[in-house]
Design a protein around this ligand. Structure first.
Ligand SMILES: Cc1cc2nc3c(=O)[nH]c(=O)nc-3n(C[C@H](O)[C@H](O)[C@H](O)COP(=O)(O)OP(=O)(O)OC[C@H]3O[C@@H](n4cnc5c(N)ncnc54)[C@H](O)[C@@H]3O)c2cc1C
Ligand SMILES: *[C@@H]1O[C@H](CO)[C@@H](O)[C@H](O)[C@H]1NC(C)=O
Ligand SMILES: *[C@@H]1O[C@H](CO)[C@@H](O)[C@H](O)[C@H]1NC(C)=O
Ligand SMILES: *[C@@H]1O[C@H](CO)[C@@H](O)[C@H](O)[C@H]1NC(C)=O
Ligand SMILES: *[C@@H]1O[C@H](CO)[C@@H](O)[C@H](O)[C@H]1NC(C)=O
Ligand SMILES: *[C@@H]1O[C@H](CO)[C@@H](O)[C@H](O)[C@H]1NC(C)=O
Ligand SMILES: *[C@@H]1O[C@H](CO)[C@@H](O)[C@H](O)[C@H]1NC(C)=O
Length: 576
């Protein structure tokens, strides 16, 4: 009895009692699907593919389990996470005056979604329609992705939030990942939003319903009631745990994919100081936008000249692997605020506030520890008047009308050490023109990747970044918000000329940690997620994004993996 070529043929999950998340086992059965990486993409795939009881699924994750780590589960603690959040060193970026911003990635079951800031957004619908067109995968179009968003997530309103926020919950279903608004406010959200409204004429929107442009008071991947992080490990990981046909092995880092000719046949992974080899019928790489191209290149898949220069024998010449690295680069301002603003500094360093905050959270999950330290943001287009004469803005003007060029946001997490209570605010490019790249330093898997950020790498990008940073400063000087600000600490009031502002921006420019695109569907991959020119190997994760989303990307990683699981199962059921 074969499967019909229909998703209805999915078998229900088998209930079983075996412990699936383990740190000391090796796969013992024939592996149908070997997933590399346990971030949102990898764990969604593991859960979805293992719904087919006849398929044996193994997931290998390089990092540890963090199900019991309070720094992961308590939302306000996310800035404290260190060991599960390696910051990859990047090359000095000439566009930033030689500063090297670095790119952090998650390294634990849950991936980036276990260590991130929990902002939950989806952005402009037209982006997904573009993805579908350029990749040839119709399932990526907005209408189809909306169904995936509904399958993977649900919205719940926090029981005691006493402020108004527009939430369009019609874009949510009853999926495992819980999304909520904050249960309280730091005091900066509304003043910032009002100043933006007054300066730019934007309205409050819910940027998870397909809308791209507007002011958003923010939704987050936090369980509404108990105020803990909702992430792949404690949602999809829990659902799949115990299935006899799934093994999730953490602290297991894959160092090489093996090929016979152009067919992937297995991997080597490092586990407890030993190299273990396993065979698999199908390999799915979900190691994130830095480590997916890195592993492919270590295995001989990538740009021929770069691989040969390092002495790596080429399995497949694929120049798109590691190319097309895009992020949401941003430049910060840092400002000291009045004590009424409930910043990280207040709950961490102000003795009185610290005691109250811990009591509130322990009593009934109330107070600032149950928030992700406060944020609100706005995504918008540059007006025509913003473009300096002679600057090539064709990339920006070619983007559909619903597509924001830039985003401004605040957070109460300081980036520059300060003895006082401060916030940061930043100006970020959301649809950058210039791309960077990921490649290798050597053929040794222990050497870090070689990353060229190329932030603000075109004259259009540079003009957009400078204009937005200056506009952000004007917004923060408006009366709606300025009464909360004691002083601008960075760049500081004496930094006035465009040259001085640009230099200051370069020193304080960061990756939003939204790296994508380094093994893009339609470029490095065919329309069904297969690495072009090879058999038995796919990529499903943030590397597969053809172009960045218009706001925070994690929501889209879950939905993309949910879609890909259908494509994979359908394709495999139908092929003979
Ligand atoms: C610090 C930080 C803050 C962020 N803030 C936000 C936010 O607020 N909102 C938002 O929407 N997005 C945010 N993001 C981005 C978001 O978390 C990522 O886009 C998302 O996690 C990408 O998912 P992924 O599955 O593609 O890869 P990842 O989440 O990176 O998961 C990849 C996994 O693969 C593992 N891995 C890598 N190499 C190997 C190997 N060789 N063998 C085995 N396992 C391997 C890694 O350890 C990791 O766990 C943030 C990211 C970071 C790092
Ligand atoms: C939580 O973060 C703090 C500060 O970085 C660190 O000292 C502590 O060890 C972390 N806890 C765990 C369980 O990793
Ligand atoms: C809510 O979102 C749905 C799509 O999820 C959209 O069709 C609808 O227009 C939105 N409603 C409002 C009031 O914005
Ligand atoms: C918080 O609530 C969610 C949803 O009810 C639940 O799955 C999770 O286990 C809870 N977390 C903690 C730490 O209590
Ligand atoms: C510390 O918290 C107390 C109580 O809320 C507040 O009155 C005081 O101003 C805070 N101190 C500083 C330096 O912000
Ligand atoms: C939490 O408990 C405190 C008393 O300990 C109470 O004042 C407050 O209203 C409660 N808040 C919520 C959100 O239940
Ligand atoms: C900043 O903090 C330091 C150290 O607590 C304090 O001495 C100083 O007065 C503060 N500055 C301002 C402007 O509040």
């Amino acid at each position: 009895m074969g499967y019909h070529c229909s998703l209805r043929a999915w078998l229900p999950a088998l209930a079983a009692a075996s412990l699936a998340v383990s740190s000391n086992s090796q796969p013992t059965t024939r592996i149908d699907y070997l997933i590399i990486g346990g971030g949102p993409a990898g764990l969604v795939l593991a859960e979805r593919l293992s719904q087919r009881a006849a398929k044996n699924v193994v997931l290998l994750e390089a990092g540890p389990d963090s199900i019991d780590d309070p720094n992961v589960s308590i939302p306000a603690y996310y800035p404290l996470i260190q060991d599960k959040k390696p910051n990859y060193v990047t090359e000095p970026d000439a566009n930033l005056g030689g500063y090297a911003p670095g790119i952090a990635q998650g390294h634990t079951l849950g991936g980036g979604a276990a260590v991130n800031g929990m902002a939950y957004c989806r952005g402009s619908s037209s982006l997904f329609d573009d993805w579908a067109e350029t990749s040839g995968n119709e399932g990526l179009a907005w209408d189809s992705m909306l169904e995936e968003f509904k399958e993977v997530s649900r919205y719940r309103d926090p029981p005691h939030a006493d402020y108004e926020q527009f939430v369009n919950a019609s874009g949510y279903g009853n999926g495992p990942v819980e999304v909520s608004r904050s249960s309280g406010l730091t005091g900066f959200e509304f003043p910032f939003a009002r100043a933006i409204e007054a300066e730019l004429g934007l309205q409050q929107q819910d940027l998870t319903d397909g809308t791209g442009i507007g002011i958003d008071l923010g939704l987050s991947s936090i369980f509404a009631k108990n105020r803990t992080r909702s992430h792949p490990r404690n949602t999809f990981g829990i659902i799949a745990e115990g299935r006899p046909n799934l093994q999730i092995i953490h602290s297991a880092r894959v160092t090489k994919v093996h090929f016979e000719g152009t067919t992937a046949v297995g991997v080597t992974y490092q586990f407890g100081g030993e190299a273990v080899e396993v065979e698999a019928a199908e390999i799915i790489v979900s190691a994130g936008a830095i480590n997916t191209p890195r592993l492919l290149m270590l295995s001989g898949v990538g740009p021929r000249e770069k691989l040969e220069a390092l002495g790596i024998s080429v399995v497949s010449d694929n120049p798109e692997v590691g190319a097309n690295l895009r992020d949401h680069p941003f430049s910060i301002m840092q400002l000291q605020v009045t004590p009424e603003v409930l910043t990280v500094w207040q709950w961490l360093s102000n003795e009185t506030q610290a005691v109250i905050a811990h009591e509130q959270y322990a009593a009934n999950a109330s107070g600032p520890l149950g928030w992700n330290n406060g944020y609100s943001f706005a995504a918008f287009r540059l007006p025509d008047s913003a473009w300096p004469e002679g600057v090539d803005n064709t990339h920006y003007l070619s983007l559909p009308e619903d597509r924001p060029h830039v985003l401004i946001q605040f957070s109460t997490v300081p980036f520059i050490p300060s003895p006082n209570s401060t916030i940061i605010a930043w100006a970020s490019l959301m649809q950058p023109e210039a791309a960077g790249s990921v490649s290798l330093r050597s053929a040794d898997y222990r050497d870090g990747p070689l990353i060229h950020t190329n932030f603000y790498g075109s004259e259009g990008d540079k003009a957009a970044a400078l204009w937005t940073y200056k506009k952000l400063r004007e917004i923060l000087r408006r009366p709606e918000v300025s009464h909360l600000i004691v002083a601008e600490r960075y760049p500081g009031p004496d930094v006035i000329s465009d040259e001085a502002i640009w230099a200051a921006m370069g020193q304080q420019t960061y990756s939003f940690r939204h790296a994508v695109g380094t093994a893009a569907i339609g470029k490095a991959l065919d329309s069904n997620w297969r690495v072009k020119g090879l058999k038995g190997i796919r990529v499903v994760d943030s590397s597969a994004f053809p172009f960045p989303t218009t706001c925070h990307p994690q929501a889209v990683v879950y939905a993309l993996a949910s879609r890909a699981a259908k494509d994979i199962l359908l394709g495999d059921s139908c092929k003979k």
